[in-house]
Design a protein around this ligand. Sequence first.
Ligand code: CUA
Length: 316
Amino acid sequence: MKASAVTTGSSFMPVSATQIASEVTDLYRFVVIVSTIACILCIGGMIYFAIRYRRKSASDKTAYMTHNNILEFLWSFIPFLIFVFLFAWGWKVYHAMRNPPLESLEIHVIGKQWLWEFQYKNGKSTSNELYVPIKTPIRLVMTSTDVLHSFFVPSFRIKQDVIPGKYTSLWFEAEQLGSFQVFCAELCGTAHSSMLAKINVLSTKDYADWIEKSESSLVSLSEKGKELTIKKGCVACHSDDDSIKVGPSFKGVFGKKRELMDNSKILADENYIRESLMNPKAKVAKGFPDGVMPTFQGQISDDELAAIIEYLKGLE
Ligand code: CUA
């Protein structure tokens, strides 16, 4: 698949390639217009009054004024309404931006000094070129192997820090075919400014062809994850069915609420799985012995962790 030249916008804003990008542009435009009007009214009024009521002679005296209730009410209440309106509008767009639809296609993103690596569920991986189908919600599950990075896609108006030691996520649904620029937006060392990637939005058919086309026999992420649980010895204590060994079964863990020793409940998401491997004592499932599981800190790479998470996701 040949990547086309990066799609650029025609105005001072980058091209809007998602629904959310258009909504952000509308909101931004509204803020600019309202601010311009307010600026003209304030500065213009100030200049007008300075001229109109300027001191004309040495004996000129300003009239004694206390206050004006109606005026003071209006210049407080009208801005208040505008700000509340802006807040509500901003919240609506932000909420849509931060909450991916349930049926999203997930792709793992690993940021490292100084490139972006993308891992697809079927085991394919690419560097600095992300391929996605058009009109499909995509959820990126992101982490870093070294320092803070930030995944920024101006044409989609989305940006999210990528943090070593935990997962963050970002979602989008591209409405336009083409190639869109990704920047790293967090100073991450010498080659920060060249830590660039492209998102190539393909038609559904082209994407299906691309993802199917594999040079050698691919091992899917979840198969790789399953092999790892054997290789790393996890299966000694954890089953993948309804039977219980020393620790809880892997089956049906992911995406569910989990009850812990202190009776609190937590959602078993990517970060929970990661923490349970790296710091097993942090959140022990209720009814299981504490302090038995060894840590895998430094023994499992981010790639391997992504595979294990995909394996657990599949065990519903
Ligand atoms: Cu990675 Cu800047």
